[in-house]
Write a protein of this length. Structure first.
Length: 336
């Protein structure tokens, strides 16, 4: 009957017991292992075995160990370590120093299985026999417990992410910048009176004159503006001041331009009465600014024209005495 070595108390990853005939059986907690079997752990495997004679045997990842009665001989029945064999020697000062350094690294949180170089294979690396595999470790059963201390809170996030939604990649059409075009901002509407004309009812007044402003704007700065078009007549910005534009009932003259604000000043002179039969008369000038590439949306500068009151002029006609011919004439032709 095979000699019982111990019972599996803990398994991590893949661990197998390989019999002498090569049959492999996976180990789980509670399985028994016997002399003549070989323990084999995978790359992420580890196993702990409660030995039949007391104590515990552990085997780390990617290792192998042949189980025989010498494993049990490593611990006496009273739980004390067996005497050293003739071939064993006391650890040197260098060995003790290496152990102290390893203990200090573990206390500092370093994983020695990852950070430190692997030991050389074969019996010389940590114990004779075993076919050149890793040596095993015997642990006394102390029934001790260790409470893990992480050192910082492990609860979930206590804040809302600054960008909870993922970024959405723009398409080529969205990424393309919209063209920047000039703008014209009209000022307060101005008005003139027909009564101030030379033939009006108040010819001595200056009501035929008006002045006002409008503003040019551009997102790229006013310096990029090149020209202004008024009623299909285009004038460069630098030559704008002093230019006059003839309208249907009067003349519009540019009197000033502020290059730092884009404000354009103008004056308007009414030169002829407007036809009021179609409604409220006005003088209209169409404006458009350009930067050489893009032009603004046309804007209408409107000058309101107030109609003069009617002025009926007396009319007279005559006929010779004793003449029977009819009298005819037009009483409206000379009215204002």
């Amino acid at each position: 009957m095979a000699t019982l070595i111990g019972v599996v108390s803990q398994v991590v990853g893949e661990v197998f017991a390989v019999a002498g005939d090569g049959m492999r059986r996976p180990l789980v907690e509670g399985d028994r292992v016997f002399a003549g079997e070989q323990l084999v752990t995978g790359a992420g495997g580890a196993v702990a075995i409660a030995l039949a004679g007391g104590g515990e045997l552990t085997l780390g990842r990617d290792s192998s160990l042949m189980l025989d009665t010498q494993v049990l001989a490593g611990m006496r029945g009273d739980g004390a370590a067996a005497p050293e064999s003739a071939g064993q020697t006391a650890p040197s000062d260098k060995d003790l120093t290496d152990v102290e350094q390893l203990q200090a690294a573990i206390e500092a949180g370093v994983d020695p299985t990852v950070a430190l170089a692997a030991t050389a294979a074969g019996p010389g690396s940590g114990g004779a026999g075993g076919g050149g595999g890793h040596s095993f470790v015997l642990l006394g059963e102390t029934a001790g417990a260790l409470e893990p201390v992480i050192g910082f809170p492990t609860e979930g996030l206590g804040f809302v992410p600054e960008f909870p939604d993922p970024d959405i990649e723009q398409t080529n059409e969205q990424a393309a910048e919209e063209p920047v075009i000039p703008q014209i901002i009209l000022g307060e509407r101005q008005s003139v009176s027909e009564s101030a004309l030379a033939t009006g009812s108040n010819a001595d007044s200056d009501g035929e004159f008006a002045s006002g402003t409008f503003q040019l704007a551009h997102a790229g700065g006013l310096s990029v503006l090149q020209s202004l078009t008024i009623n299909d007549v285009t004038v460069s910005i630098v030559s704008l001041v002093g230019v006059s534009f003839v309208g249907e009932h009067g003349i519009l003259t540019i009197t000033g331009y502020d290059g730092s604000t884009g404000v354009v000043s103008y004056s308007y002179e009414l030169t002829s009465p407007a036809n009021s039969s179609t409604g409220n008369p006005s003088g209209i000038f169409t404006l458009s600014a350009s930067d050489g590439t893009q032009s603004s949306t046309p804007a209408n500068l409107v000058i309101e024209i107030f109609d003069d009151v009617p002025n009926a002029v007396d009319d007279s006609h005559s006929i010779a005495e004793d003449t029977l011919a009819p009298i005819s004439g037009n009483v409206l032709s000379n009215d204002l």
